[in-house]
Design a protein around this ligand. Structure first.
Ligand code: PRX
Length: 659
């Protein structure tokens, strides 16, 4: 485990504060006491299939009922086998026959201050038209569609339209580079790309369409036949005749009638790429029925979402949080989901609080990195706004340090809002360990207890539960409806990464999360961060391998090793150790060039904060880079632990001397 992880264990061990759910909250909550939570948990544990089967029947619309709740052929699971369902139907159509028809489904605020509200009826109409436009471009059930969009309503519309006609979407975060986009389009064999002319981000315009042009240049992604372009930023762009189509043009021609396609429960809903410890990003595959139920139930119980609530999740739709908790979970519940195009920026550091006040936001879900940024910006910004509408706060993406939790609780929540710290992953589809806000007492820094149906544990590498409150690997011991089904086109990678990392015993497979954790005497989980070569920068998952490959693709770089260094605001920052080809010598200019190069290859989020040149990297005799040592050096700590496997000790001395 990393140095950073050990430091976290120590600081967290001192945390003893306990906050009971506020009684006013519990009184109105779906799950209003610990014993109710316990009953749900016990019921799910005793008979998971009955538990999920009953909820699926009560909470969702099915065109045809399943004949089996779970078919578990480890490590491959199928949920609601034989059932027919459409998540876009559950998110839209079924609300139209109720009073919700004219309720706000999406409230959208643009970065420059423009705004739009779409009722369920309006959103349904737009989705149907968008789906028909895609059909007109030849998209059929099963075809993959890449979505590379700013945070505008059409991003949600495009996703729901794909779901409606059964075309799996693969959303690529708008901050990723043309190269990263190309890799993902190629891997998913996308037939269509949906994008916009540009999107606003931190007072600049991101030239999204230009990036798509670059990704597709020289037949870069040969399966892509068409590009559907939404107008947002109004700047001049190139439209390739025959390939590129304006959404506003097609919209004139298509009907608003597009029945939702009855999908098999296990038909693919989407592929979302995420970083792992080795190789290229993995295409995490989520299917329809189980994901719909899981995001629906976690949204309902963890956010205690009610018809009167305005709910705001600040994530980008390019990440799983945006998929599950801006779009599918909230809309399936008939909720009002707020979507914001911008982020706090020097020109508008108080924009989040302006929005809370403007729309009377009741439920607010953000990341620890954002909270730490707000702390730095100062209390005067939130204090200048009326935040009294807030009733529940959430956090996700990385461990929240207890002091940041306390600030969030006090300054944003006015000591009246419970905080739900939600631990989950792209792979899990939805919340796995998180407090039921009306039922589970909170401990700052702990994600608390598992969701009903989630059997979580902390084990050693042999799969044996650790003793007492020791740290170990966080695993899940039973399949759950929202779980990933495979890695796209790579079932072997799915098997080896997630289910065989801890060797199965007697056919008992356990899911390896890649996180370290500790369970305290009350059974509360304390997440300690990644134990693999994944860095969490501002809640974004980046594989060290990806950044290293990007660096090595520059002609000056011979070898590169990338590690994370603890950072007060971002959680971790990226430090790269680089050896140069003999013709090149270290310079400030080269550092800038390499940082720029990584930005071009992957995206600005992967740009190393620091680049250090060195003559050689510390390696074992078998040639493996000893990242543990580099982590210590990067964070200025003494190199502790065993260095006997190091091939050449002088390398270490030189690095320490600040090579
Ligand atoms: O390390 C954990 C951290 O984020 C990782 C998952 O990243 P990603 O797939 O991008 O999904 C992020 C949004 C769900 C996890 O392996 N993580 C996520 N939530 C928490 C967390 N770490 C601690 N506490 C959390 N609440």
């Amino acid at each position: 485990m990393t140095q950073a992880t050990q430091a976290t264990i120590e600081s967290i061990l001192q945390e003893k504060r306990l906050f009971a759910p506020p009684p006013e909250f519990s009184q109105q909550a779906y799950v209003g006491s610990f014993s109710e939570y316990q009953q749900l948990y016990d019921k799910a544990k005793a008979n998971p299939e009955q538990f999920w089967g009953e909820l699926a029947e009560q909470e969702l619309h099915w065109f045809q009922k399943w004949n089996k709740v779970l078919d578990w052929q480890p490590p491959f699971a199928q949920w609601f086998v034989g059932g027919k369902i459409n998540i876009s139907y559950n998110c839209l159509d079924r609300h139209l026959t109720t009073w919700r028809k004219n309720k706000a489904a999406l409230i959208w605020e643009g970065e420059p201050g423009d705004s739009r509200t779409l009722t369920y009826a309006q959103l349904h109409r737009e989705v149907c038209q968008f789906a028909n436009a895609m059909k007109q471009l030849g998209i059929k059930k099963g075809d993959r569609v890449g979505i590379y969009m700013p945070m505008i309503p059409e991003a949600a519309i495009a996703m729901l339209a794909c779901a409606r006609i059964g075309a799996p979407h693969s959303v690529v975060f708008g901050g990723f580079s043309a190269e990263a986009l190309k890799d993902r389009l190629v891997d998913a064999q996308a037939k269509l790309v949906i994008t916009a002319d540009g999107g606003y981000r931190k007072d600049n315009i991101i030239p999204l369409k230009e990036q798509v042009d670059r990704a597709l240049a020289d037949n870069g992604a040969p399966t892509v036949e068409n590009v559907l372009v939404v107008r947002r930023s109004q700047q001049q762009i190139h439209m390739e005749p025959g390939r590129d189509h304006w959404w506003h043009d097609l919209k004139q021609e298509v009907s608003a009638d597009c029945p939702a396609e009855p999908m098999d429960s296990e038909d693919v809903l989407f592929i979302l790429y995420t970083s792992g410890s080795t190789g290229k990003p993995k295409g995490v595959v989520h299917t329809t029925g189980g994901y719909n139920l899981y995001t629906h139930m976690t949204t309902k119980w963890i956010f205690d979402i009610k018809d009167t609530d305005v709910y705001w999740c600040t994530a980008d739709i390019g990440w799983i949080t945006g998929h599950s908790y801006i779009i599918y979970g909230p809309l399936s519940n008939g909720a009002t989901s707020l979507m914001y195009e911008g982020v706090p920026r020097p020109s508008n550091p108080g924009c989040f609080w302006d929005i809370v006040e403007k729309y009377g936001v009741n439920i607010f879900y953000t990341a620890p990195t954002a909270i730490r940024t707000f702390i730095k910006m100062g209390e005067h910004l939130p204090k200048a706004r009326d935040l009294s509408s807030l009733r529940l706060l959430g956090t996700v993406g990385e461990p929240i340090n207890p002091e940041a939790w306390m600030w969030y609780y006090r300054v944003i929540g006015g000591e009246r809002c419970p905080i739900t710290d939600t631990w989950w992953q792209t792979e899990t589809g939805g919340h796995m360990i998180a407090s039921f806000p009306g039922a589970i007492p909170m401990k700052p820094g702990s994600a608390t207890l598992p969701f009903p149906g989630v059997v979580a544990d902390v084990v050693d590498l042999d799969g044996n539960p650790v003793k007492g409150e020791e740290g170990g690997y966080l695993v899940i011991k039973h399949p759950w409806p929202g779980m990933l089904r495979t890695v796209y086109n790579n079932p072997d990678r799915y098997r080896s990464t997630y289910w065989e990392h801890i060797p199965p015993k007697n056919e008992q497979y356990v899911y390896f999360s890649g996180d370290g954790a500790r369970k305290d005497k009350d059974g509360y989980f304390w997440i300690m961060g990644r134990v693999d070569d994944v860095i969490n920068v501002s809640g974004h998952r980046l594989g060290t391998m990806e950044i290293e490959s990007a660096l090595v693709s520059h002609p000056a770089v011979a070898e590169a090793a990338v590690v994370g260094k603890p950072d007060e605001v971002m959680g971790e920052s990226i430090v790269a150790f680089v050896t140069l080809e003999s013709k090149y010598s270290p310079s400030e200019g080269l550092i800038n060039e390499l940082r720029q190069h990584v930005s071009k290859e992957i995206g600005p989020i992967a740009r190393p904060g620091e680049i250090r040149f060195t003559d050689a990297l510390p390696k074992t005799r078998s040639g493996k880079i000893m990242r543990r040592l580099l982590r210590s050096i990067a964070s200025g700590q003494e190199v502790a632990g065993d260095t006997s496997t190091l091939e050449d000790r002088s390398v270490l001395d030189k690095l320490r001397g600040g090579a």
